[in-house]
Design a protein around this ligand. Structure first.
Ligand code: 13P
Ligand code: ZN
Length: 272
């Protein structure tokens, strides 16, 4: 059996957490990632019958029974994942009862998966119901996105419209816009359910005054979604207290969305 530390999915988790930390999105233990793995890719590295521990999830995830995920650990710092993946990451399989997770590797210091597992697994279920190829859910606290939450209305239509105006290609990257939740207590099944409801129609969900969730088919797609929102939010924060003398008009946003052939939320534009 191959060494798990050489697995491409472990490397992707290490590289991505390191990049997120480098960009200042994930202070302390802020942020978490879950990545759906194929059974065959896990079997190359681990004995699937060797369960280290069984950990309750606190909710039911029947559609995910038998599915494998690599997940960041609760309380773990993204800055440390690369130097000690086995302590900071874990590979779990949702057990037959749908309410516990079999730990197959990781959390080597006795830890467990992120406290945001409800939001992650419920979001996986929601995304898989509309896109069977979705594999990644990512949560983060990007600085400018968070700053924008304090000075811009937390309204999906208005926030999406502002972000689309901030960089020409935003509407191409996230034509489905950004879903928004008000401030809610994190780490609960309730915020998980609310996030998953938004994830049925959005790949990006802002948690008011907390951070952002992204979902995608690959690590790069998901990272790129959050990165693009964060770039747009940075432009907004650099310009919002100065007179705006130029902007991308709505007919121009429509022009680029149509040129790239993306299915954008037409009702988020203010066209005649
Ligand atoms: P965890 O350390 O449990 O992953 O929580 C971090 C976080 O960002 C909570 O929203
Ligand atoms: Zn958080």
């Amino acid at each position: 059996m191959k060494d798990i530390l050489t697995a491409p999915f472990v490397k992707e988790m290490c590289d991505t957490t390191a990049n997120m930390y480098r960009l200042g999105w994930d202070e302390r233990n802020g942020g978490n990632i879950s990545y759906l793995l194929e059974e065959a890719e896990v079997a190359e590295y681990l004995d699937l019958n060797h369960v280290l521990r069984t950990i309750p999830t606190g909710f039911e995830a029947k559609p995910l029974i038998g599915k494998y995920f690599i997940v960041t650990g609760t309380g773990k710092y993204f800055k440390n994942v690369q130097s000690d993946p086995a302590a900071n990451l874990g590979i779990i399989r949702i057990a037959e009862d749908g309410t516990t997770a079999d730990l197959l590797w990781g959390y080597s210091d006795g830890g467990k998966f992120t406290s945001e597992l409800p939001a992650h697994l419920m979001s996986h279920m929601a995304r898989l119901s509309v896109d069977p190829e979705n594999r990644v859910v990512m949560h983060s606290h990007p600085t400018h996105t968070l700053a924008m939450n304090y000075v811009h209305p937390l309204d999906e239509k208005e926030l999406t419209h502002t972000l689309w105006e901030m960089c020409t290609e935003c509407i191409v990257v996230f034509p489905d816009g950004v879903g928004v939740l008000p401030w809610m207590l994190c780490g609960t099944n309730s915020i998980g359910e609310a996030t998953a409801e938004k994830m049925k129609t959005y790949r990006l969900v802002i948690w008011g005054m907390h951070g952002i969730y992204g979902a995608g088919r690959t690590m790069d797609e998901t990272f790129g979604l959050i990165e693009t929102v964060e770039k747009a939010a940075q432009i907004y924060m650099l310009t919002c207290n100065r007179p705006r003398i130029n902007t991308i008009r709505d007919d121009q946003l429509q022009e680029i969305a149509e040129a790239f052939g993306v299915a954008y939320r037409k009702d988020f534009l203010r066209l005649e």
